[in-house]
Design a protein around this ligand. Structure first.
Ligand code: SF4
Length: 80
């Protein structure tokens, strides 16, 4: 088995830390305006009603999100 060089290991850990830090920064920023239930295809993954949901074309497909990402999306949720 090959020995692990501690300096090389630390360098790689630092690279991974930098990578995840930038992902977290982006997610933090995006969460201030984009609903967390909206996926990358603009579909709604919420398991509750929301007035921004539009019926999808196909059976079993997720509803589409009609939210414009400019409003406070929480006021549209049916939370009863
Ligand atoms: S705003 Fe409403 S419809 Fe859009 S993803 Fe969020 S919960 Fe779903």
């Amino acid at each position: 088995m090959q020995k692990i060089d501690k300096e090389e290991l630390q360098k790689r850990l630092d690279q991974i830390t930098d990578l995840f830090a930038s992902l977290v920064t982006h997610a933090d920023h995006q969460s201030t305006w984009r609903c967390p239930y909206k996926n990358r295809y603009d579909q709604c993954t919420a398991h509750f009603g929301c007035r921004n949901q539009l019926k999808a074309g196909g059976k079993g497909e997720l509803p589409l999100c009609a939210g414009d990402d400019k409003l406070n999306y929480r006021s549209a949720w049916n939370t009863q």
